[in-house]
Design a protein around this ligand. Structure first.
Ligand SMILES: Nc1nc2c(c(=O)[nH]1)N[C@H]1C(S)=C(S)[C@@H](COP(=O)(O)OP(=O)(O)OC[C@H]3O[C@@H](n4cnc5c(=O)[nH]c(N)nc54)[C@H](O)[C@@H]3O)O[C@H]1N2
Ligand SMILES: Nc1nc2c(c(=O)[nH]1)N[C@H]1C(S)=C(S)[C@@H](COP(=O)(O)OP(=O)(O)OC[C@H]3O[C@@H](n4cnc5c(=O)[nH]c(N)nc54)[C@H](O)[C@@H]3O)O[C@H]1N2
Ligand SMILES: [Mo]
Length: 771
């Protein structure tokens, strides 16, 4: 493979546009997508096609026109690649040899074709029959003295059917140990919102987006991670809506956008301005910023009241629908502006400007991504944001609402159908009744706690339904030690990744169909269903020929694991595999909102699952939306580290580049941020570079500051001068995951704090040696 030229070159064009088309062509060639599979791209998100495995942004009524999305194409092309990882491939390399390849190289080998088992004598993966593989799993699971000694991971691409069957199998086996990617992603949303509005999901739909006059986009980079969202934002901007980006970085894609859907814009080299206002808190400054805005709303309302002007608060909404407002308002009045400004890292004018925009809005939507959810105070941040929206009744009315933008295409659906380590007793009662068994009642392990339990010798079997656990998770060396201490690791997967190489004593790689592939069971093509960020559930049918005749669907793999482990006395697992409609019947019986599931999936575009808070029904203990009081913490690990190390202490955020899908690296460019041919870069403020005595272009080593005596480092990052607030640094995930301490998590959510890592920089040892 020719190594691409590494360079830094600021990007001056609008997002998407011709640049995106060019990159699409490059990707299709690189992935060697076979002729017939090109047509798949045009069936993405079509009524009779498949759900894009890219992201969880909803589809415009599962659109009838082809919605062009560069990163959607990359996701599809990665699955439709004609490259294959066959048993012959595994014969060529020992696992130790494969370990020397980069994550990018591992991914580039293509689709896995056959089930493989680890042979310790050879240090190689060798072929295994499916039956033997399931027997091996069953033997390990049955040998454990307690079902809680196994952990069952789910990544958010798994369909509702696969996820539901997986949780049924695991709960019948006897544990609630369900670490999932959501634990690292929107967990703070799922834990925070129930405390304020009762439901851990967003309240808006596409119709609301069409009627909003103000959009506040917190900590999100849609041009890269939810490109189809830009099409919607473009419409909003054209309509005259005010779009504010609240982000330490001025992400290029939120400035200007050229829509490939609109030929005139493309041909005239035109573009649409997206965000009109950029508010740039320091990393982790959102809680203080939002609290400042809320305080200002109170001040404006007090003034309006004094002058007999129109109230700023929605007093009717507050009176009829909420509890706790007085204590909340008192706390805001008592909060110090100095603390707000210092902790938000923005000038007072910015707080006032944001408050002004918010109170002028008649229909305000707040969206958010990982910039809000991966900090120690993420749960309070989500709660104060929903409280801010409640102050003006911006929930459950047309054009307004809460809009967490999920990551994986079915991460929301997986949680809906029971992938949840902290299940409610009511759900367990119902599941147990429908399937005639006594489910485990104790709460189980999330991602971080699973890793800790492995380190403590308490979890010995790991089974992963998709994902790349060893790379996506924090504290890489400790996580690897944890995984290697297992008796058995199993990965149900489409492509080779590092997690397959960080294995237990016994290890299996079980290759599966991707969502773009035709899934025939019992002679009939099966569809699966997924739920997007707007709680729309729809069916998805694969179109491509499977990558290998020896692949099983995820559902078949789960069912056969279950059958081998538990037998078929309670559930006829084979029947479920033969007809996925039977699994949906089960989902319908266990969960509200899925009435006539199979029938309703036939509606083009699917159906809305119903979100109580959207209808102003508050599923909280008080049956009202709740205002909650949180203080601005000035004693966080970051504060403590800074008091020890002074201004040299930096806060590091880890984000995605434009050429990756989480741990899957498609290419080495991040063109909107001007980075080409490399990933080990570190964005830093010019004044910080001067203060630290470094220059752009120099390489540095990064060390985390944590109090457990463990050295955590990531070496040799190229310093790039960047427009980022002082005291903050940015780098890509997953290269920086060794820096995230396992014990550094969001309070109440357990999410690794991947967006706020206290670090110090030193000149790279490599560089020092060379000099
Ligand atoms: N092409 C592509 N699409 C994807 C993915 C992918 O990797 N590639 N991943 C999918 C998944 S699983 C997810 S969860 C989503 C992720 O989508 P995003 O939420 O957009 O994820 P990130 O790139 O991690 O970071 C988002 C933004 O947070 C900002 N940020 C960092 N720290 C802070 C902070 O303290 N405050 C604020 N306000 N902003 C901050 C960063 O500058 C960045 O713009 O995308 C999904 N879609
Ligand atoms: N430092 C840092 N760490 C982070 C984040 C961050 O922003 N910063 N983000 C976090 C977030 S938001 C998330 S969601 C996690 C992601 O964590 P994961 O979901 O575990 O990771 P992915 O990279 O999405 O998983 C990719 C792998 O999934 C497999 N795969 C792909 N498609 C399919 C399929 O259809 N079926 C099956 N069975 N397997 C498939 C392929 O083998 C591929 O290699 O990472 C988290 N980690
Ligand atoms: Mo995610």
């Amino acid at each position: 493979m020719k190594k691409p030229e590494a360079r830094i070159e600021p990007y001056t064009h609008p997002a998407a546009g011709w640049g995106a088309l060019k990159y699409v062509a490059i990707n299709l060639i690189k992935e060697k997508v076979a002729g017939g599979n090109y047509k798949t791209l045009f069936k993405q998100n079509q009524p009779d096609g498949f759900d894009c495995p890219g992201c969880a942004w909803p589809d415009r009524e599962h659109a009838s026109t082809f919605e062009f999305c560069e990163n959607g194409v990359k996701a599809v092309a990665a699955e439709a690649t004609s490259k294959r990882v066959t048993p012959a491939f595994f014969e060529q390399y020992t696992v130790a040899e494969l370990m020397t390849q980069s994550d990018y190289e591992l991914e580039q080998h293509g689709r896995l074709t056959d089930p493989m088992v680890y042979d310790a004598m050879l240090d190689r993966y060798v072929p295994i029959g499916w039956d033997e593989a399931f027997d091996l799993i069953a033997r390990h699971l049955k040998a454990l003295d307690d079902p809680d000694r196994a952990a069952f991971y789910t990544s958010g691409r798994a369909s509702n059917e696969a996820a539901f069957l997986f949780q049924l199998f695991v709960r019948m086996y006897g544990t609630n140990n369900f670490p999932d990617c959501s634990n690292m992603c929107h967990e703070a949303t799922s834990r925070g919102l129930p405390g304020t509005v009762g439901v851990g999901k967003g309240t808006v739909t596409m119709d609301d987006l069409e009627h909003a006059d103000t959009l506040l986009i917190f900590g999100q980079n849609p041009a890269t991670n939810h490109p189809r969202m830009l099409g919607e934002l473009r419409e909003c901007a054209k309509r005259g809506a005010t779009i504010v980006s609240i982000n330490p970085l001025k992400e290029r894609g939120l400035e200007r956008f050229a829509s490939p859907q609109h030929p005139v814009e493309m041909l005239t080299m035109g573009s649409t301005q997206i965000s009109s206002v950029f508010i740039r808190p320091k990393v982790g400054g959102d809680f203080a910023l939002i609290k400042g805005v809320a305080k200002r709303v109170i001040e404006l309302d007090d003034a309006a009241l004094a002058n007999g002007a129109e109230r700023v608060l929605d007093v009717d909404f507050i009176a009829e629908h909420t509890v706790g407002f007085d204590a909340f308002a008192d706390d805001l009045r008592a909060e110090s502006w100095d603390t707000i400004v210092a902790e938000a890292g923005v000038p007072m004018e910015d707080v006032l400007k944001l408050a002004d925009i918010y109170v002028k809005g008649k229909a305000v939507i707040s969206t958010w991504g990982m910039g809000l959810t991966q900090h120690k105070n993420s749960v309070p941040t989500i709660q104060i944001l929903s409280n801010l929206m409640m102050m003006r009744g911006m929930i459950g009315k047309r054009g307004a609402g809460l809009c967490p933008v999920r990551g994986h295409s079915n991460v929301q659906g997986d949680r809906t159908v029971g992938i949840e380590e902290r299940p409610t007793q009511a759900f367990l009662d119902r599941l147990g009744k429908v399937y005639d068994f006594e489910p485990p009642r104790e709460h189980g392990l999330d991602v971080v706690n699973s890793i800790q339990a492995m380190l403590d010798g308490k979890v010995k079997v790991f089974i992963g339904l998709g994902g790349n656990f060893s790379i996506a998770t924090p504290d890489t060396p400790r996580t690897w030690e944890a995984m290697r201490s297992c008796d058995l690791t199993v990965h149900i997967t489409t492509k080779l990744n590092r997690s397959h190489l960080i294995h237990g004593r016994d290890a299996l790689i079980l290759p599966t169909l991707g969502r773009t592939e035709i899934d025939i069971q019992n002679g009939v093509a099966q569809g699966v269903s997924v739920e997007d960020s707007f709680s729309m559930v729809h069916i998805s049918y694969g179109m491509n020929k499977p990558a290998s005749p020896n692949l099983l669907s995820e559902i078949a793999i789960v069912a056969r694991m279950a059958e081998a482990t538990l037998g078929s006395a309670k559930v006829d697992w084979r029947a479920q595999t033969n007809d996925y409609a039977l699994i949906r019947d089960g989902i319908e019986k266990v969960f509200d909102g899925f009435e006539n599931y199979n029938e309703r999936l036939k509606t083009p575009g699917g159906f809305h699952l119903g979100v109580a808070s959207r209808d102003r029904i508050w599923k909280t203990p008080s049956n009202k939306a709740q205002f909650v009081v949180h203080e601005i913490s000035v004693d966080t690990p970051i504060h403590r580290a800074r008091s020890r190390h002074g201004e040299r202490l930096m806060t590091l955020m880890t984000t995605r580049s434009h050429d990756q899908y989480n741990t899957t690296i498609y290419g080495l460019d991040d063109r909107y941020r001007g980075v080409y041919g490399q990933r080990r870069v570190l964005f830093a403020n010019k004044d910080d570079l001067a203060m630290l005595g470094f220059a752009a272009g120099q390489r540095v080593d990064i060390t985390s500051v944590w109090d457990d005596g463990v050295e955590r480092r990531a070496d040799s990052f190229l310093l790039v001068e960047y427009d980022i607030p002082r005291g903050c640094l940015g780098a890509y995930y997953p290269e920086t995951n060794p820096l995230v301490p396992l014990s550094s998590v969001a309070d109440g959510a357990g999410t690794p704090t991947s967006k706020s890592i206290p670090v110090l920089l030193t000149a790279s040892v490599e560089e020092a040696v060379a000099a």
